[in-house]
Design a protein around this ligand. Structure first.
Ligand code: AMP
Length: 398
């Protein structure tokens, strides 16, 4: 892959550098950052630019404010944490490309850092709008993409913006390069058995990835909210569990493909069900055949943990993306924590992808045991599928 590193650019003291970071960190209900890995991982590139005494303009999204200003998704906590980690002031603009941002970019001094407000406060970010991208590009003589987690999206700050910079003025940051290099190596020759462990809630976002991953893996475990679409596809009652009805056909197709490709596919065999989506709900442990009407499955049960543990025991490569249950609530975190411990105990290459899964692995105290914790869930899945990511393609040298 032919992409410049930030080190290849001739950046001098006082040059303005626009860096697209991925500061999309998980927050608790009080707006506190629960896992700052994505911020810490961005420090390498930022410190490099501080040492050069460049004028640094950082930009990121946070959550899904859907194109509107929403205080809940302000980057304020990120600016604070970043400043703490760097022992240096980080100025936060009140807007993205408005008067305040422009004023603050203009008055940046050498070695200073400005963070723009949440890119997704502007609807043009996700539309990959050229005019918006041009405004962003005007904030930097150089452009660095260090946001692996969004590089699979053709959004203005990772895709359209690159049209405003020639090859000697755009590059990948250290984090982006580290991620790409790791996954390329992993894909070339993964040690087998190769097991994918997939969970989380976004079935629609991951089905295509599951189909594309099937030919590459030996076994696939499906847990979390996703599993219920598969159980329903097999004709089981899943009560009020999370199901995407329009994807049932797709789920059947995946199960058939797995059979055809001789990939062993595992689903939960018992479920922790609750009468409501709350920490203090009534809870029962049931087999997957016996989910009561009006109850919802919020975690995998103990028999499933044992089954999944056995499946991964001899794995030489494990790719884990998505929690096994609603791990944010203590009562439904058991399955995810136990699977985290089981994966941590294996001896092969253990790769964790996605903000939630990284957060969970850290809460479980297993982060040190993992081989690689990627800052990108969707992006790492797409790389492993062998797809070209728009944000990375846009940096490729002509
Ligand atoms: P994703 O972003 O798709 O990786 O999904 C992560 C989210 O899935 C977490 O916030 C979990 O709380 C949620 N999740 C996992 N299992 C379930 C479930 N059984 N029902 C509802 N949500 C779930």
């Amino acid at each position: 892959m032919n992409v410049n590193s930030v080190k290849d650019l001739e950046i001098s003291k006082g040059d303005k550098v626009f860096v697209r970071c991925d500061f999309n960190v998980p927050l608790d209900e009080f707006g506190n950052i629960t896992d700052d890995r994505r911020i810490r991982e961005a420090l390498h590139t930022i410190k490099y630019l501080i040492d050069i005494e460049a004028k640094i303009v950082l930009a990121s999204h946070l959550g899904r404010p859907k194109g509107e200003v929403n205080e809940k998704y302000s980057l304020k906590p990120v600016a604070k944490r970043l400043s703490h980690l760097l022992h240096q002031d980080v100025v936060l603009a009140n807007d993205v490309i408005g008067e305040d941002a422009k004023e603050k970019v203009k008055s940046l001094k050498d070695g200073e850092i400005l963070l723009l407000e949440n890119l997704r406060f502007n609807p043009n970010e996700t539309k990959n709008d050229d005019e918006f991208a041009k405004e962003l590009a005007s904030f930097g003589k150089f452009y660095i993409n260090d946001a692996f987690g969004v590089s699979h999206r053709a959004h203005a700050s990772v895709h359209a913006i690159t049209k405003n910079f020639d090859d000697s003025h755009k590059a990948a940051g250290f984090l982006l390069l580290k991620e790409i290099n790791f996954f390329h190596k992993l894909l070339k020759n993964p040690a087998r058995p190769f097991v994918a462990v997939v969970g989380g809630s976004k079935v629609s976002g991951k089905l295509q990835a599951l189909i594309n991953l099937l030919p590459k893996v030996d076994k696939m475990i499906i847990g979390g909210g996703m599993a219920f679409t598969f159980l329903k596809a097999q004709g089981y009652e899943v009560g009020k569990s999370l199901v995407e009805d329009d994807l049932i056909e797709e789920a059947l197709h995946i199960m058939n493909e797995a059979k055809r490709l001789k990939v062993k596919l595992y689903l939960p065999v018992d479920i922790v069900v609750a009468d409501k989506f709350e920490e203090n709900a009534m809870v029962k442990y049931v087999t997957f055949q016996e989910i009561p009407e009006n109850w919802m499955g919020l975690d995998i049960g103990p028999a499933t943990v044992r089954l999944f543990a056995e499946v991964i025991e001899d794995a030489q490569t494990i790719l884990w993306n998505g929690p096994m249950g609603v791990y944010e609530m203590d009562r439904f975190s058991n399955g995810s924590f136990k699977i985290s411990h089981e994966i941590a105990r294996t001896h092969g290459t253990k790769v964790v992808g996605g903000g939630d899964t990284a957060d969970l692995v850290q809460r479980a105290g297993d982060d040190e045991e993992m081989t690689f914790i990627s800052t990108g869930g969707g992006a790492s899945l797409e790389l492993l599928e062998g797809k070209k990511l728009p944000g990375i393609e846009a940096l490729e040298l002509k």
